[in-house]
Structure formats: structure tokens, C-alpha cells
Write a protein that binds this ligand. Structure first.
Ligand code: GLC
Ligand code: CA
Length: 555
């Protein structure tokens, strides 16, 4: 009898679709994606075969950083809809077998948040200011309190006027000046966020992605960081970093875990943690902390046999040491799309470098590699994040300068291009206003030719990106070796630029990173290939195949 066997929790091997709401589907013809548009496309998500959606922040916000600047955590921005519509959406997703994850932003609020507005109107030393990090400047107040820099460029401090209109204290913002950092030593902050989590959990939300999960706790006294010359902030690894990965941050997540576990079924958390050290990263997913963490190691790796294998092994080793599943993502809304990155000679993610400095893009090559990468990623044990539009093989769009919105573009004075190119609204039809995204344009301009990648142009075409994803997701559900948290068995490869692995029972995957076809070094039947035109017995150049190693044992 199997009655006593509890099924593994859904998040251990879910395929989670990252839904960038403002660019998914526009239901009311204002050029901005919304809940109504999303509700009309739930069928698309079911057909694709994803298990969950992660909806990027939909809360009330002045939108200086695309909603990662929240002014009311219990309200949905009216441009997306209402909390009632949100509840209906959650119910409809559940009816379609799709879980819903929201995106909580606990490191900072918007400067429009009532707490910050109160803090500005309150004197130094007040309880209102103690919810944020306000400090007197150095050199008689003239200079910022320490040397910290904003991730988006410039100093991480902004000076505000005191009650008499003279320059007064400074406040900390690790991101834009419109995103003041909260002080997590404050009891108000801790209880407020647990209350916010409850609000959405009570509404039926299945989990949260935690924005900048490593940054909440700052070192006492906010000491200088001491930047080495020319260091780019996001790249910096320091043993005792004053605002990143502090040990005390784990207390917050232990408490959140208790809250999530008090629900039936228990709710889940996924950490956004840009940490290079897999062991430090795995501390976030210890059994009494968060459930999964985004795996940025894999996302940053170069598309080479050696680089990908090392990223896979290191990721699995680190998470399995604490009993957590590994997650895999090829891109997200903060980085270049995978087709673009893989279309370059240097396929690593290179933070701080952007636009023309990165070199030319061969999109056709990027697409071949991205198709192979899809098969590699979906064959691995654990859970997968699929960024909206990657299933269509979209590349980064060139967004004209006047239309760019990202604070990175603005704060860097145009030196860094920012992330808008990966955020352009989806094409649903080859023609029409905004290619079927909505009935009246799109908030970020879509390039001409965008319609070639439209959903309706790809659906039903077996050679398309979309159908490759659909077939892969279908097989991932039906093949007993796929999904789950089992092991990857590496096999001997015919060449250095080929990876071969199997998973039990009876599954094989061969990935060819090279520019000439490679022999399939496994004995089995090809059930899926990234390139249908490949010759019998070969893995195409820049391609991958899935094999059923025991074709006769299954119907
Ligand atoms: C995270 C988000 C990013 C945002 C930043 C500040 O890195 O993914 O989009 O700009 O946090 O909230
Ligand atoms: Ca709209």
C-alpha cells in the first residue's frame, strides 16, 4: 500500500513561469499588461504545461523601478486591476492546476510609502526614522555617512531637508533614491512584513519570491565597505560584507518559514540571492528556512561543456547538502535574454558591461544554443524558472534611447543600457496593433519583425521554439526519470565539447556545444531533438537530444 507515502511538495520539481505582468497581455487597451489580459491567457499557460507562475510585483507603486518600489503592499496597482480581480485570477489559475507565486520586496519600500513620508516629516532620532536608515553625513553633514554605492549607480545615500528647509540627514538606498532601505532591526518592520505575507497567503497565494533576499540586514554602525579600485558592485565578494549575506538575515527567514508552515497546504519561498559561493547560498535553504533559491550560478555560466557541467555539479552538491532541491534558470527580467547572450562569442553573463561593449550578437546561433539549453535545463533534477518570452525564442529588443525606462539607464547617465531590452511586451500574433499584445500599442516599443516570433505563428509548427518547449514540458511530466530530484549520472563523452548524462530510469541527454555534429554516445531512441533536421545517430551542432534508453519497456 502506498497510502502512507506523502507526495513530494510541488515546488521541489516545478516548472515556474516568470510572468512579467506589464509585458504579458493587455486586457484594456492602455498598452500595459494587466490581470484581465493574464486571465484571458491562462489557457496558453496550461497548454505550455507550466506548474506555477511567479508574477513580478503588482503592488501599488510609483513605478520608478517597474514596481520593485512598493508604496502599498496590500493593494494592487490600479493599472493591473484590483485585489478582487487578483483573487479571481488566483482561483482560476488553481482551477487550471497552476500555482501562483508573488514577489515580495522587503529590502526597501518606495519613497512614496506612508512610512517613508512620515519619516521625512519626523525629526532625527524619531521612531518614524528608525524604520529606515537615516544618518548624519560626514564632514559636517556634507558627505554621505559611508562609502556604499547604489547597485544602479552613484552613492547609496541621498540627503533630505530638515523641518526648517536646510539640508539635514541622509538616508540609505542600495538601489534607486526612490527605494529607501528598511531597517530590519525595527520590530515594526518585522511584524509588518509577516502581516503582509499573511494577507496574501490568506487570499490563496502559494508562495513568494523574495526580492534581494540577502541584503535585509546591515552591519551595526554601517561601516565603510572599502571598494577596491574599479570593482563593480554586483561582482564584489567580501568575507564580511556590511550589507550582503549577513548571518543575522537567517533569523528573519526562520520566522517566515514558521508562518508559511502554519498554512495548509504550507506555502513556499524562493530567495533571490546573487551569491557566488554555493555554500553560502545553500544556507538560505536549510530545512527550517526558505524552500528554494534562484540559481544564479547556472544563469551566469558560459555556454561551454565545462562551464555548464561545473555549474550543474556545484549547484547540486550545495543544495543536496542541506536537502533542498536545485533550481535552474537561463534568464530573468534583470539580465539579457538567453538568445542574445548565447549569440555572442563570450557567452558568460558580464555584469556592469552592456550594449555594444559586449560584442556582436548572432541571433541564429543564440537560438540554436538556447534550444539546446532548454533541453539541458529541463532534463535536470529540481525546479526550473522559465522567463516569459524565452519559450518563444525572443532576443533582447533594441529599445530606442528616448523610450528607455530602467533606472539603471537613468542613474548611470546612459553608460549602462539597463534591462528594458528583456522586458518588451510579448508578440501574440504576427500582425496587428502591438502584435496582439493589446489593442492599443505597447508601453515599451516592440521592434519591427517582432511578429515573426508570435505565439500564433509558432503554435502548431513542430520546428518552432514554442512547440519544442511544449513537447519538452509534456515529456518532462510523463517520463518517469524526469522532474523529481533524482541524480545526474555523467557518462563518457565522445568529445570535450559534448556532455552526456543519464537519469534513472531509462533517460539520456546529450548536449553538443560544438560547431560540428557529434555522435550520440548512448544506446536508445531519440524522443526529442533541439533540431529536427539532424541526421540519424547524431547530435546536431549547438544542439541537444533526449533519449529513451528502454524504449520497449514502456507503452
Ligand atoms: C531585484 C529585482 C530587480 C530590482 C531590484 C531592486 O534584483 O529583480 O528587478 O530592480 O531587486 O528591487
Ligand atoms: Ca492594460
Amino acid at each position: 500500500m502506498d497510502d502512507d507515502v506523502t507526495p513530494a511538495p510541488w515546488w521541489r520539481d516545478a516548472v515556474i513561469y516568470q510572468l512579467y505582468l506589464q509585458s504579458f497581455a493587455d486586457g484594456n487597451a492602455d498598452g500595459i499588461g494587466d490581470i484581465a489580459g493574464l486571465r484571458s491567457r491562462i489557457g496558453y499557460l496550461s497548454d505550455l504545461g507550466v506548474d506555477a507562475v511567479w508574477i513580478t510585483p503588482w503592488f501599488r507603486s510609483p513605478l520608478r523601478d517597474a514596481g520593485y518600489d512598493v508604496s502599498d503592499y496590500r493593494a494592487i496597482h490600479p493599472r493591473y486591476g484590483s485585489v478582487d480581480e487578483g483573487r479571481e485570477l488566483i482561483d482560476e489559475c488553481h482551477a487550471a492546476g497552476i500555482k501562483v507565486i508573488l514577489d515580495i520586496v522587503p529590502n526597501h519600500t518606495s519613497s512614496d510609502h506612508p512610512w517613508f513620508v512620515d519619516a521625512l516629516h519626523s525629526p532625527p532620532g524619531s521612531a518614524e526614522r528608525a524604520r529606515y536608515h537615516f544618518r548624519a553625513g560626514r564632514e559636517g553633514g556634507q558627505l554621505p555617512p559611508n562609502d556604499w554605492l547604489s547597485v544602479f549607480g552613484g552613492p547609496a545615500w541621498t540627503r533630505v531637508d530638515d523641518a526648517s528647509g536646510h539640508p539635514g540627514e541622509w538616508y540609505l538606498h542600495l538601489f534607486d533614491a526612490s527605494q529607501p532601505d528598511l531597517n530590519w532591526d525595527s520590530g515594526d518592520v518585522r511584524s509588518e512584513f509577516e502581516d503582509i505575507l499573511r494577507f496574501w497567503f490568506d487570499l490563496g497565494v502559494d508562495g513568494f519570491r523574495i526580492d534581494v533576499a540577502t541584503a535585509l540586514v546591515k552591519a551595526p554602525g554601517l561601516p565603510d565597505l572599502g571598494y577596491p579600485d574599479g570593482a563593480f558592485l554586483a561582482d564584489l565578494t567580501l568575507a564580511d560584507h556590511p550589507h550582503r549575506d549577513r548571518d543575522e538575515v537567517h533569523d528573519i527567514y526562520r520566522s517566515w518559514r514558521k508562518l508559511a508552515d502554519s498554512y495548509d497546504p504550507p506555502r513556499m519561498f524562493a530567495a533571490e540571492a546573487w551569491l557566488d559561493d554555493p555554500d553560502r547560498l545553500s544556507r538560505y535553504v536549510r530545512p527550517d528556512e526558505l524552500h528554494t533559491t534562484l540559481n544564479l550560478h547556472y544563469l551566469k555560466s558560459a555556454w561551454t561543456a565545462d562551464g555548464m557541467r561545473r555549474a550543474i555539479d556545484a549547484s547540486i552538491t550545495a543544495t543536496s547538502a542541506v536537502g533542498a532541491p536545485t533550481t535552474w534558470a537561463l534568464s530573468n527580467h534583470d539580465v539579457e535574454r538567453v538568445v542574445t547572450r548565447y549569440g555572442r562569442a563570450d557567452t558568460r553573463r558580464r555584469p556592469g558591461v552592456s550594449g555594444p561593449e559586449l560584442g556582436l550578437v548572432d541571433e541564429a546561433l543564440g537560438r540554436r544554443r538556447a534550444r539546446a539549453a532548454a533541453l539541458l535545463t529541463l532534463a535536470l533534477p529540481g525546479s526550473v524558472y522559465l522567463y516569459q518570452g524565452d519559450e518563444l525564442g525572443l532576443a533582447d529588443a533594441h529599445v530606442p534611447e528616448h523610450a528607455r525606462q530602467d533606472p539603471i539607464w537613468i542613474r548611470s547617465g546612459g553608460r549602462r543600457w539597463g534591462r528594458d531590452g528583456a522586458r518588451v511586451p510579448l508578440p501574440w500574433t504576427p500582425e496587428g496593433s502591438s502584435f496582439g499584445f493589446g489593442d492599443d500599442g505597447a508601453w515599451l516599443p516592440q521592434p519591427s519583425g517582432w511578429g515573426t516570433h508570435a505565439v500564433s505563428a509558432q503554435a502548431g509548427d513542430d520546428s518552432s521554439f514554442l512547440e519544442l518547449y511544449r513537447r519538452a514540458l509534456r515529456l518532462r511530466r510523463s517520463h518517469p526519470a524526469l522532474g523529481g530530484t533524482g541524480e545526474v549520472h555523467w557518462c563518457e563523452a565522445p568529445r570535450d565539447d559534448v556532455l552526456v548524462f543519464t537519469r534513472d530510469p531509462g533517460f539520456g541527454c546529450v548536449v553538443n556545444f560544438g560547431s560540428t555534429p557529434a555522435p550520440i554516445a548512448l544506446d536508445g531512441r531519440v524522443v526529442l531533438s533541439s533540431d529536427d533536421g539532424a541526421a540519424e545517430g547524431e547530435v546536431p551542432a549547438h544542439g541537444a537530444v533526449w533519449l529513451d534508453l528502454h524504449p520497449r519497456s514502456r507503452v
